[in-house]
Design a protein around this ligand. Structure first.
Ligand code: GUN
Ligand code: FE
Length: 449
């Protein structure tokens, strides 16, 4: 792979260190080290700038191009990519059995798995997603194959073999044989991913699908395994009325409280959806440093309500964005940013025109596009506890080069140069042809020229 390790890159860099605010570094020079981390980010008035500008191997971007951090997608069901844009006509609990478990069962076949996973990982990289937190399937071998494909294609990835062992909730062809098998297969998967030759960017994840799919013995064993191996953890939490109600009926407590009791809420846990969190749940999550994958588009179909994103951010939860392929019918994090803003506006304004203006909405709940961008990049990095999503020394150089003038692209600038204006136009209107190149750890993983 060609790349920028050891070679200075000069141009306009835009990133979002905090919500609601971006930082534009114009005519800056960034140098990536041999390990893929940013070594120097020099502004024009920094002493290092003149030195780097004089180097013969300097790469200079054309004036209209700019560099953004790569997206961090905190929730992708890799095996569901073949049904993206399909099967959204029924509620979650029907959708799982009617469409999704039968599709996921097919990943016992490694040829089937390879042909689907290769397309997905290539498409996500070409869409600017440099890091993805993946659910694979119950199958250990196919899950290892996904990890290998991410490594081969250069994507930073966190991959989970899904644990789902409750015979009352999971079909026989898509189920761990027992709680012990769920734990043993997860343990073997962790070892195999960590041992992949040359693995500098793919991490294994302890992945109980969600409480309704798992026995208590599996949940407790996976919590203990997460503590033992120090892995990331991911699961679904309070996604819909049905899923939220399941835990209340089974344990007399919320799924957040139950997951905490099983040792599954850690600093390296990401909870998908979490639409119906109580104040006490939020306090628990903040106390554990656990992250949330906000899946705005998917929640339109399965969530039954809008996640109160701004309230969660004000309480101090670590939130990033997820596409939730295929519950969300788009694999693009640009779309995730757009739907995050849009659903927050619906929450603030309300949706029932027969209700009065005074009671229709939920005041002070909207977020802006710059906040969505922050969450899709730096916010994802914080949730994962990884040095990604920002242009800062010590952070990995994971980035996309955006070309607003790309032939076939959909961004139309009419002389704007001011960074907020340019960035908002990019976030609202970009499409894949506007992404000229993608880098992970300073290595080029996508190039359109
Ligand atoms: N809850 C349990 N499994 C799933 C899944 O595959 N997708 C979504 N959206 N929710 C889930
Ligand atoms: Fe999901």
């Amino acid at each position: 792979m060609t790349g920028l390790r050891g070679r200075p890159l000069r141009g306009r860099f835009i990133h979002a260190p905090e919500r609601g605010r971006i930082e534009a570094l114009d005519d800056a020079i960034l140098l990536t080290g041999a390990d893929g981390a940013i070594e120097v980010l020099a502004r024009p008035d920094d002493a290092a700038h003149a030195d780097l500008a004089g180097r013969p191997d300097l790469v200079t971007l054309s004036a209209h191009r700019l560099v953004l951090p790569g997206f961090v997608d905190l929730h992708v069901h890799a095996p569901q990519y073949p049904q993206l844009g399909q099967a959204l006509d029924v509620p979650l609990e029907v959708w799982l059995h009617k469409y999704t478990f039968p599709l996921e069962a097919r990943y016992a076949d490694l040829d089937f798995a390879r042909s689907r996973y290769e397309v997905l990982v290539a498409d996500l990289l070409a869409s600017g997603t440099t890091t993805a937190l993946y659910f694979a399937t119950v199958h250990r071998e196919a899950s290892e194959l996904l990890a290998r494909i991410c490594l081969d294609k250069g994507q930073r990835a966190l991959v989970g073999k899904v644990a789902m062992d409750d015979p009352l909730a999971c079909p026989a062809n898509c189920r761990d044989a027992s709680p012990e098998a769920a734990i043993a297969q997860t343990r073997a998967f962790i070892g195999a991913v960590r041992a992949l030759p040359g693995n500098d960017r793919v991490l294994p994840v302890v992945t109980p699908r969600f409480i309704p799919s798992c026995t208590d013995a599996a949940l407790a064993g996976l919590g203990a395994l997460a503590a033992e191996c120090g892995c990331h953890v991911q699961t679904h939490c309070s996604e819909s009325d049905w899923a939220h109600g399941h835990a209340l009926a089974r344990y007399g407590m919320t799924d957040t409280a139950a997951l905490d009791g099983f040792g599954l809420l850690t600093r390296r846990t990401v909870l998908a959806h979490s639409v119906f969190l109580t104040e006490a749940d939020m306090a628990t999550i903040v106390g554990r440093g656990t992250g949330i994958a906000h899946c705005a588009l998917s929640n339109v179909y399965f969530g039954n309500a809008v996640f109160p994103l701004r309230r969660a951010l004000e309480r101090g939860l670590h939130v990033g964005l997820g596409t939730d392929v295929s519950g969300g019918p788009s694999a693009s994090m640009f779309e995730a940013c757009r739907s995050t803003v849009q659903v927050s506006r619906l929450l603030e304004e309300g949706v029932d025109p027969t209700d009065s203006r005074e009671t229709r909405g939920t005041p002070d709940t909207r977020v802006d596009m710059l906040t969505a961008f922050h969450l899709a990049t730096a916010g994802g990095g914080v949730a994962l506890d990884l040095p990604i999503g920002l242009f800062r020394p010590g952070y990995q150089f994971d980035a996309m080069i955006v070309d607003p003038e790309a032939a076939g692209g959909s961004i139309r600038l009419f002389g704007e140069t001011e960074p907020v204006a340019v960035l908002e136009k990019i976030l609202y209107t970009a499409s894949r042809p506007n992404i000229a190149a993608v880098y992970v750890s300073g290595e080029r993983v996508v190039s359109t020229e």
